[in-house]
Design a protein around this ligand. Sequence first.
Ligand code: GRF
Length: 194
Amino acid sequence: MRKLVVLASGSGSLLQALIDAPANGVTYQISAVIGDSPTATALTRAQSAGIPAIALPKTGLSADQWQQELKTAVMSFAPDLVVSAGFMRIIKSDLFKLIPTINAHPSLLPNFPGSHAVADALAAGVSETGATVHYVDAGVDTGEIIAQQAVQVLPGDTESSLHERIKVVERNQLVSVVVRLCQQDDLWAGLRDD
Ligand code: GRF
């Protein structure tokens, strides 16, 4: 059974999908959830599931200190895989070089990287955007792409309505990628499905 640490900042619905994935055939256990805000719903979801939940606020720390704290906290669980699922921070330590780290992003990368991907897609007037899971590297949403799925932009879509439809896709996509990666001998090997 592979060990995961999940990083999450927000509502944690992607985390919940990883928690709720059917036990049959599941290849992982979640050792801990780490968030950057003590009030993140994601941490409450972890606690409700009996998973250690750690809040690492930046308050009082320099950027470098916080990055080191994050790395130390993650490494203390010796995970096989780190999953950034709605984590609104960029990992700037060498953590992603030591442990395979993947990120869920709500666009068809390389289009619309960054923290406003859904709003940027709407503003650009594209007819489709989507969901990507990729390896984390030193850039912002630039790592090797593992899986992608398109989502149509519908007339009248708002950022919220479009993001909700993307998140429906992201939940299945992330669980599927994590299950499949955890079945591999080499979690760095990647797996493209498109
Ligand atoms: C997802 O769209 C993810 O791609 C983005 O943040 C969102 C997380 O949603 N980085 P939730 O907090 O898991 O509901």
